[in-house]
Write a protein that binds this ligand. Structure first.
Ligand code: UGA
Length: 432
């Protein structure tokens, strides 16, 4: 028992699957990563990692080299696996419900190849009830073991989690399934939450939706600060010192985004609606986020034109930051792009620079620039939208000189007000 290595099959080598596979190999398990994308599998076999996560390429490289980590397109190779982790994506349908087609296809394909005693673990973020359904389809107990990885910190978060949540479906094999999953993480120290599968599934959605709620709260609070002459930095600073509130996720911004918070919040709202539960605070959380994009546009309009009704038609604006947060190249549901969309609708001409985002990214109306000077050149205003720390080190005096008018809206309160004002900017922030 205890710490013996397992043969682990990981189905899906996306963000969660690849991180889990590499980290489990690091913990000493023999890991087989399976994916239907042959090009991706071929690249992974050469230890080429498609996502930029600190430490991930090193782990993949080390364990591809020592044979602890292999990749395949053939699920039949998982016939030897004692543990299967399901890490297939669950994208959202237009109505907010999770699209379980890829997940269900993987489960159906596994049914024919699984060892009779293989323990099946659901790591994908799936609606309540999915793990139970999976157990039934595969004729055994199954485990819900959601992940709480942040983009940009995935390897760290996997190896140093705040908690391990292990939820099982009652039935034969349940005890062994729990023991196996606990042993799988034998090298990791974290509080263990043992529960039923439905609670584990819900805990994942509930956590992300709560973070979204916190952010919508602080974003609306920032607007209120502007109306009553208060300072959101000081208000949030005072709130942070109460450990019941917590210090994190209290910085206002252009709205919350990314591939998880928006999707999971909508999906939880949908689950509540289907269950007949009036979860109004969650509906408000989503609406407030959309309003936040409008609020930021209003702020930009006022800063650049000097009036709430001023026209942005034909006005050149430079965007600093396009990714949904710093430290990633990801623009999925990026609040920066949501703001950009609205600015483009108002006729603004947009150029954007981001230290992480590639030229090939889907940027809508924003023209990508590989250099911050190009964004500042002849701009009627600059808008900082992503909290990249390196923006603090920019030569703001030089940027001010390049602009047509040195107006700067910092939606992340990232910069030192004194130095940008000394550099010549009229400097605008949320909630002050
Ligand atoms: C989120 C959760 O934080 C992870 O715990 C979870 O595992 C993950 O989703 C997931 O479900 O896979 P992530 O999507 O990487 O992680 O992004 P966050 O770091 O949560 O940031 C979300 C958004 O909130 C970003 O747009 C960020 O800029 C914004 N944010 C965050 C603020 O506007 N203010 C803050 O104070 C903090």
């Amino acid at each position: 028992s205890g710490r013996r290595p397992f043969t682990v099959g990981v189905v899906g080598t996306g963000y969660v699957g690849l991180t889990s596979a590499a980290c489990l190999a690091h913990l000493g398990h023999r890991v087989i990563g399976a994916d239907i994308d042959a090009t991706k599998v071929a690249a992974l076999r050469r230890a080429e990692v498609p996502i930029a996560e600190p430490g991930l390429a090193d782990l993949v490289g080390a364990h591809v080299a020592d044979g602890g980590l292999t990749f395949t397109t053939d699920l039949a190779e998982l016939a030897t696996a004692e543990v299967i982790l399901l890490c297939v994506p669950t994208p959202a349908h237009a109505d907010g419900t999770a699209d379980l087609a890829p997940f269900d296809a993987a489960v159906a394909a596994l049914a024919d190849v699984l060892r009779h005693d293989a323990v099946v673990v659901v790591k994908s973020t799936v609606p309540v009830g999915t793990t139970r359904r999976t157990a039934r389809a595969l004729g055994r107990s199954a485990v819900s073991n959601p992940e709480f990885l942040r983009e940009g910190h995935a390897v760290h978060d996997f190896l140093h989690p705040d908690r391990l949540v292990v939820g099982t479906v009652p039935g034969p094999g349940e005890g062994r399934a729990t023991a196996t999953v606990t042993a799988l993480y034998g090298g990791i120290s974290a509080p263990l939450v043992r529960t039923d599968a439905a609670s584990a599934e819900l805990a994942k959605y509930a956590s992300n939706a709560f973070l979204a709620l916190k952010l919508s709260y602080v974003n609306v609070l920032a607007e209120l600060c502007e109306h009553v002459g208060a300072d959101i930095g000081d208000v949030a600073g005072a709130m942070r010192l109460d450990p019941r509130i917590g210090a994190a996720f209290l910085s206002p911004g252009p709205g919350w985004g990314g591939s998880c918070l928006p999707k999971d919040t909508r999906a939880l709202l949908r689950t509540a609606t289907e269950a007949g539960v009036d979860f109004a605070v969650l509906a408000d959380t989503v609406t407030a986020n959309e309003h936040q994009h409008d609020r930021v546009v209003r702020k930009i309009r006022e800063a650049v034109t000097g009036s709430a009704e001023g026209s942005l038609d034909g006005v050149r604006l430079g965007l600093l930051g396009l990714a949904f947060k710093a430290g990633t190249d990801d623009v999925r549901e990026s609040p920066a792009l949501a703001v950009a969309d609205r600015l483009a609708c108002a006729g603004a001409v947009l150029t954007g620079y981001d230290p992480g985002v590639r030229r090939t990214a889907e940027l809508g109306a924003v023209r990508w620039a590989d250099e911050v000077g190009l964004v500042a050149k002849d701009a009627a205003g600059l808008v900082l939208l992503t909290e990249w720390p390196q923006f603090r080190q920019l030569d703001w005096r030089q940027l001010a000189a390049l602009t047509d008018r040195p107006v700067l809206v910092d939606t992340r309160d990232l910069l030192d007000a004194g130095s940008v004002v000394r550099a010549g900017f009229s400097y605008h922030r949320l909630g002050r």
